[in-house]
Design a protein around this ligand. Structure first.
Ligand code: NG1
Length: 736
């Protein structure tokens, strides 16, 4: 074995040895037509192997073993000298047809190498006896995230899991230029590999344009309906046809192992030889590990690594990869020349800092955006009338790193799961109801506004804003996503401009909402309600007097805007527009700002001329608009009893004229008022969700107890997510 010592000097004693990455480079590139492992693809002429080493060093890998054919050695040595010069520990192992121990005699007629499983055995002598190692292909680009994720999985491997395979949605790993081979993974109930089948000649069934798109459609296996999104078709090594979901996990050829895999692989290889393989049969690593997993001899964890992977199976693939690498380089993810002295310290320092520990942070931070409660002014923001909400002291948190390429990759909690999409392609919507749509909306909104988003983000989303409760968790997510994307791209948009563009953007999700929520989330002020005016957008904080509390109480029915509520909401909006038009008015402010007598005349006229439903909708919007102005006056003068009465009138109007209340919301309002609240009303769009009740601080306990006894007790109790005292909070922030 040749090679230099570990890079970057002394290793702290309490850190484990950095793992080794075995790069399988002995393939014959039959479909490519020439040796593709060293093919220059980066803008500075670097090969994919070099990108892999560069990324893996930054992810914490310390040594590299290249498995090549003996005849390739000199070429590899010469081409990879800059890596050695940069201090990378690089050694070679040779894949031969004869092996002293395993294949003592040359197999007659065989030219084809034994396959990837055997290549790993060929590297065994160059591996340290202890500690994990990884294996990947030389002709694939995995990206730094994939190497980081694998390194993490190995460093924190749960007991009993001694192998890992990185997976991507199958559709992301196909080539537009012909069928490819991939390990098709099936996960068991515990999420580990149940079995793996080598799929050959895999291609999208019918729709080549989706190839490589991170948003692979879900196709039920065997789905034949013409409307069904395409699956992936191909065959197994034994010639059987396969058809699988386009987003099913595909093995990327990036593996993590502990040394005990080696004797197991060896045993499987002996079995393979004993079965008299044909001259073209190969001992695939994927099948060997799949068999070991299926026989429950090895538990193999699946490590989803998102859509960054790019492969070069066909000559035409090279161009696509070259374009992507150029874009990544332009976006600052890679230097043009990976190994010149002026860039050398960067990866080396990064490697030292990360060793086998957490990934090296690229510019990132935490974006925090509050939800809101609307105190008064419901279903009038989209009519251009002022509203009076406050930002809530409950937030969506997006902890993120800037990604080196234009991919957004976020994880939510267990219920929401994770997703990824690209910013450098048209951002399509995910299926209705998927939480990624709010993040996609933010990205599209920024792009439509002309903000160039070259860098993506990756991170996690957590939050304390109850979801689908009329407290605007959706807009908080939109706002947090936008702030994270802006931060990662070192871009800025003024707060009100951002609020307005995000209000437009959130409509991509399908609800024709107004602009209250995004403005409240961005412009909240501690201790203050916010008067928000539209056209143009303005936010005026109004202090909330001391000694009063806002109690938020959930009706325990979610107002899921991805579901039926969306249609009901959009219907209300359309009815308002129609009612206004039919009374011959051009704007709602014109109606609401009329003097007392004219206002009464307009209402009476609408009552006569409009059909019943429209006249009720009209009356709600007109009267609610005036209530907001009165409520602001009451707030400023500290007349909270008057404010409470306006809230009650608002609720009655939403219930009777706008038909957006529910029995549970009405019940909560009446219990709160009975218990001494000064006012109570549904907040948000209605159709479920929450009530906000206003009471003196010294009544809050009694109101809460009454709600527990008279509403929640009979419904299985309540927790702090569903019943709480809310304080007015500051608006969204992003911190490094
Ligand atoms: P909710 O459902 O409370 O998040 C929706 C709209 C608001 C406003 C209220 C009703 C969105 C994002 N929000 O809020 O603009 O119209 O209903 O007053 O659509």
């Amino acid at each position: 074995m040749s090679g230099t010592g570990p890079i970057g000097g002394a290793r702290p004693a309490d850190r484990p040895e950095r793992p080794t990455l075995v790069i399988l480079a002995a393939g014959r590139s039959t479909r490519f037509g020439r040796a593709k492992q060293l093919e220059p693809v980066g803008p500075g002429g670097a090969s994919l192997i070099e990108y892999t080493v560069y990324d893996a060093v930054r992810a914490g890998f310390g040594r590299f073993v290249l498995v090549v054919r003996e005849s390739q050695r000199d070429e590899f040595e010469a081409r990879l000298r800059p890596l050695r010069d940069a201090g990378i520990s690089l050694s070679f192992a040779f894949q031969r047809l004869v092996d002293a121990d395993l294949v003592p005699l040359p197999p007659p007629g065989r030219v084809r190498p034994w396959g990837t499983g055997f290549a790993v055995l060929a590297a065994a002598a160059a591996l340290p006896r202890q500690g994990p190692f990884a294996v990947c292909n030389a002709d694939d680009f995995y990206g730094r995230v994939a190497h980081e994720r694998l390194a993490h999985a190995l460093a924190a491997s749960p007991p009993g899991i001694r192998a890992f395979t990185a997976t991507s949605p199958l559709a992301d790993t196909l080539s537009a230029h012909g069928g490819v081979s991939r390990g098709l993974c099936e996960a068991g109930p515990d999420g580990t590999l149940l079995r793996m089948t080598e799929g050959l000649d895999l291609r999208l069934d019918g729709d080549a344009s989706r190839t490589g798109n991170g948003d692979a459609p879900r196709a039920g296996a065997g789905a034949e309906s013409p409307a069904a999104p395409p699956g992936v078709v191909g065959r197994t090594a034994s010639g059987a046809a396969v058809r699988v979901d386009a987003d099913s996990p595909a093995c990327m050829g990036l593996w993590g192992f502990f040394p005990e895999i080696l004797p197991q692989l060896e045993e499987r290889f002996r079995d393979f030889l004993a079965a008299s393989p044909g001259l073209e049969d190969e001992f695939y690593l994927s099948e060997a590990v799949g068999d070991l997993a299926a026989a429950e001899r090895t538990r193999c964890g699946l490590v989803p690594v998102g859509p960054g992977w790019m492969g070069v199976t066909f000559p035409e693939d090279r161009e696509r990869v070259a374009v992507s690498l150029r874009q990544l380089t332009e976006a600052g993810a890679y230097p043009v020349d990976l190994w010149t002295p002026h860039v050398r310290p960067e990866p080396l320092r990064a490697a030292q800092a990360s060793l086998f520990g957490p990934p090296q942070a690229s510019p990132g931070g935490v974006a925090t955006a509050p939800g809101r409660i609307n105190l008064i002014g419901e279903h009038i923001d989209y009519n251009g009338l002022p509203v009076l909400p406050m930002a809530l002291d409950r937030h969506v948190h997006l902890e993120f790193e800037g990604a080196e390429h234009a991919t957004v990759q976020l994880e939510g909690d267990a219920a929401h799961g994770s997703f990824a999409f690209r910013l450098d392609r048209t951002i399509e919507s995910a299926p209705r109801g998927h939480w990624s749509n709010y993040v996609r909306a933010a990205a599209r909104g920024l792009q439509d506004h002309g903000v160039g988003l070259k860098r993506g983000i990756r991170g996690t989303v957590t939050g304390t804003v109850p979801v689908a409760e009329g407290l605007s968790s959706s807009s908080a997510l939109v706002v947090a996503s936008a702030l994270a994307l802006l931060h990662a791209n070192e871009a800025e948009v003024e707060a009100l401009e951002l609020a307005a563009l995000l209000a437009r953007a959130e409509r991509y999700v399908g609800v024709q909402g107004g602009g209250m929520d995004q403005a409240a989330s961005l412009c909240g002020k501690e201790g203050h309600a916010l008067r928000i005016d539209f056209g143009p957008l303005r936010v005026t904080p109004v202090p909330v007097p001391e000694g009063w509390r806002w109690i938020v109480a959930s009706s325990l029915a979610r107002a899921e805007k991805a579901g039926a509520v969306r249609e009901l909401y959009n219907e209300r909006r359309a009815q308002c527009a129609e009612a206004l038009e039919r009374v011959g008015r051009t704007s709602w402010p014109e109606v609401v700002e009329a003097d007392e007598d004219e206002f009464a005349a307009i209402l009476a006229g609408a009552g006569k001329s409009l059909p019943l439903t429209l006249s009720r909708r009209f009356r709600h919007v007109a009267t609610e608009g005036r209530r907001v102005t009165e409520a602001e006056r009451a707030l400023r003068s500290g007349n909270m009893a008057a404010f409470g009465r306006l809230m009650n009138a608002s609720h009655a109007s939403l219930r009777d004229d706008f038909s957006v209340s529910t029995q549970a919301l009405d019940e909560i309002v009446s219990v709160a008022l009975d218990a001494g609240a000064a006012g109570a009303r549904l907040t948000g769009a209605g159709f479920g969700g929450c009530v906000v009740a206003l009471c003196r601080a010294n009544r809050a306990k009694a109101v809460i107890e009454a709600l527990i006894d008279r509403f929640y007790a009979a419904r299985g109790g309540v927790d702090r997510r569903a019943l709480f005292v809310a304080d007015a909070a500051d608006g969204a922030t992003v911190t490094s």
